[in-house]
Design a protein around this ligand. Structure first.
Ligand code: SLL
Length: 151
């Protein structure tokens, strides 16, 4: 649709992961140590499916099918694994003329101390690593502008 000139619409999002240590031998015949969920949401878990059409999570190549596509809320992936890695999160919007946005996140499994060593005292506590970001739509299409300002 037509662009809305001279306007920027800002939408805050939160993305990242939680991770928990698996009870030993939970995943048979594997060296997986953790279960984790990576997600992208609005503030306070707000639904973003009114303007996000598709989220593509690209995991480490040690995963089979590392490219995971989610086309509905919740935009998240849960997996088990043994290691930390950087993953990408590509957002595509309901208005196809709106350029996609790619975010990067370092998957975190371990409770780190200030000095970077792994805390053994906290190893059974869930780990969280989230980042705040603002999506900025400059001169958005009229359709997207309407969707974002009506909500
Ligand atoms: C590391 N550079 O060595 C990182 C790579 C990759 C983690 C971590 C795969 C699980 C599976 C998995 O956990 N990969 O599919 O078996 O720490």
């Amino acid at each position: 649709s037509k662009r809305t000139k001279g306007v920027a619409v800002v939408y805050p999002i939160v993305y990242g992961n939680v991770a928990t240590l698996l009870p030993q031998k939970k995943v048979p015949d594997s060296d997986h140590t953790h279960r984790w969920t990576v997600s992208v949401k609005g503030l306070n878990g707000a639904d973003i499916s009114h303007f996000v059409k598709k989220v593509t999570f690209k995991l480490h190549e040690t995963y089979s099918n590392p490219v995971r596509v989610v086309e509905q809320q919740p935009f998240e992936i849960t997996e088990t694994g043994w290691g930390e890695f950087e993953l990408s999160i590509k957002l595509q919007f309901v208005e196809p003329s709106e350029k996609h946005v790619t975010l990067y996140h370092n998957l975190r499994l371990h409770p780190y101390e200030e000095d970077g060593s792994i805390s053994t005292a906290n190893k059974n506590k869930p780990v969280q690593s989230f980042q705040y970001e603002e999506l900025v739509f400059t001169d958005p299409s009229e359709a997207l502008h309407q969707i974002l300002t009506q909500h």
